[in-house]
Design a protein around this ligand. Sequence first.
Ligand code: HEM
Ligand SMILES: *[C@@H]1O[C@H](CO)[C@@H](O)[C@H](O)[C@H]1NC(C)=O
Ligand SMILES: *[C@@H]1O[C@H](CO)[C@@H](O)[C@H](O)[C@H]1NC(C)=O
Length: 244
Amino acid sequence: MASPWRPIRVWSPLLGLGFVVALIAFALQLSSRRHLAQRLWTFEELALYNGTDERLPILLGILGSVFDVTKGKTHYGPGGGYHHFAGRDASRAFVSGNFTGDGLTDSLNGLSTMEVKSVVDWRKFYMERYIFTGHLVGRYYDSQGKPTKYLKGVESKAKRGAQLLEKQKIEEDKIPSCNSKWSQQEGGKVWCDSGYPRLVKRPGDIALTGKISQRCACFKEEELGRPGLEVYKNCDYLSQSCSV
Ligand code: HEM
Ligand SMILES: *[C@@H]1O[C@H](CO)[C@@H](O)[C@H](O)[C@H]1NC(C)=O
Ligand SMILES: *[C@@H]1O[C@H](CO)[C@@H](O)[C@H](O)[C@H]1NC(C)=O
């Protein structure tokens, strides 16, 4: 019987080599890429890193976290479509899309649960794609670098949003959504492979977005008497396909 440990012994010289290679790569990276050290930033300091000075990295703040986005210069540098995000924390603009004047604020006051979740998702995007460079002192971090009540409120609202979304998904999976397509010639069309298309309200949306939206779902014939099901305009009660 072969010992189960044998393969490891065979591979261990290779593992050792891999380790040395990784160590050298790491050391090279340390010396070649001059990262900004993680630190606390003030508004005024952050504003200098807006991309206009070619010699400086480009920094972007979101929810008080600062990222080096220099590798995204085409987006964030002068002339880039997202240049307004550089050198500041314009958290709100990640959902408002308003890159002008007072739209460029870090305040999320009055945004819906879904919108707040979306900003938190953007922060995750930057965490994964860019280099974290510390925190901005202000609305989200205090002068000690500690998360503020405001940030904790934002994060718990986003978390609640994620839970509500998950719950909604589980609910909606019980009744399949309609197929849909749109074409220039035929316009919009919804259809069910099995069952009948009906418009239904998504009650969960009130908590998430403050509004009620609808979706098209496929109901079996015996379910068609349920309250709240809306037949598509100009579509037969038992038609499996409707123009919209
Ligand atoms: C609320 C509105 C919007 C916000 C906040 C926003 C934000 C952003 C940001 C921050 C990036 C850069 C991501 C990175 O660092 O790689 C980006 C990329 C991009 N955005 Fe938007 N965007 C918005 C709306 C739109 C719209 C309406 C379109 C198209 C009609 C669009 C098309 C794109 C494309 C194509 C890229 C990728 C560009 C590339 O990688 O070369 N965005 N967006
Ligand atoms: C952008 O950064 C430059 C220096 O890098 C600075 O002189 C300028 O005032 C900054 N612009 C804004 C709007 O803060
Ligand atoms: C952006 O926000 C500013 C200030 O709140 C407002 O005056 C302006 O109308 C907004 N622009 C758009 C396109 O929503």
